[in-house]
Design a binder for this molecule. Sequence first.
Ligand code: ADP
Ligand code: GLC
Length: 476
Amino acid sequence: MKILFATSEVHPLIKTGGLADVSAALPAALQALGEDVRLLIPGYTPVLDKLENKRTVATFAVFPGQPEVRLLGAKMPETGVPVYVLDAPQYYSRVAGPYQYELGGDWPDNAMRFGMLSKVAATLGSALSPVAWRADIVHCNDWQSGLAPAYLQMTQSTHAKTVMTVHNMAFQGNFDRDWLEPLDLPQSCFDMHGVEFNGYLSFLKAGLHYADRIVTVSPTYAREIQTTEMGYGMQGLLTARNGDVSGILNGIDDQEWNPATDKYLAATYDSGDLAPKATVKLGLQQRLGLETNANAPVLGVVSRLTYQKGLDLLLESLPKLLDGGAQLVVLGSGEVDLERRYQQLAHRYPGRVSVTVRFDEALSHQVMAGADIFLMPSRFEPCGLNQMYGMRYGTPPVVRRTGGLADSVIDAKEADGTGFVFDETDSAVLYRTIVRAIECYRDENNFKRIQLNGMHRDVGWGNSAQRYIDLYRTIT
Ligand code: ADP
Ligand code: GLC
């Protein structure tokens, strides 16, 4: 099968969250299973800078009246997965993030930036493909490529089938209806049975309406988004299409995230010998200015600092934990208010709390390995990758039972437990669960059982990639 994987971020070229990790690892796993899979990604400045040996494979106009764009061909570093880069400097050659400018606001022309990505994805799956390769499946990811199924559906000739993976329903890409015309969409599709959602042109809604199959990144999230509480108003559509909706749990790249070979760690380890993990912990404490104390439980957080992640609940639970001797390491950025509150906590607890507000790939690996317990008290979590990295690094996670966290972490009370699970979105419950995790940490043999259970769990992509292939087969 020829599969086009359309995405707005991919590790190691450009990353804001888990979508980048999935966009790197899933296509590589599909390729390893023998599929002809290619990526499509916007030519943001860092993407053009990092990709070597690019060549122009096509030059064409995407929308009437717009200047021509170039499609570049290259291979992904390390995995060698072929990648098409949409080179349109007027839209993608910018300083700051892929979706937002430096002060945190969305780029005002995001509708055009990602409408163009969607249109090119659709074109590569149609008779008008500008290259000598035409996709059988266009696999879209989140709202940024959500218009591709709409464009394909409106194509007269035979065209690719579409899969829409929803990584996060909270991001919908809703824009003014005035964008219909520049995006070359007929007014007739601005309808409940089309791209319209609450009076806006919604890229996510378009994907959910027009795609042949809808996938979410965990089975529990696939059920949750069909409820009023978590469906963001799209639960009716999702329930009506229930037969086309499924959940496939993300895997992780177990080469990139492997404590036995991790290039960012001063000491590597595996389940046969966990002793070097203590060296990584001491190194982390030293580097971040924490008291070097092998016995202090180090709680780790690597996260976008947003409402989704429940880290405001954690703030309320922390003082008692820190007074009790725990340490906290936070790596994250996001909402200014949360950043500020965590930084204030670090000032209040010198030597006990370290807060790093930036994106730092190397440090994220070091926290994952050097912490004792990983915290992820998310309000909602479509899948979550960090809890799986934590398990693989012998750093059992504390998670709320929601979405992919519910599907990937087994509570320590079970014989095959891999972490600590709680139900209510409540800081007192979170506090008690962290206390339970710290008590377990003090009970060396029991803690080691949880660590090894997690390290031995298969969290790679093999099974889930095969499930995607099975799904593609049902529509080709
Ligand atoms: P989400 O995609 O909702 O942010 P995931 O758990 O799926 O959550 O994935 C988050 C990814 O982003 C992980 O690879 C995590 O290590 C990484 N990450 C988040 N914040 C940072 C940061 N400040 N520095 C480095 N990596 C980060
Ligand atoms: C989103 C979700 C996260 C998921 C990731 C990759 O960012 O918030 O839960 O793991 O996408 O699918």
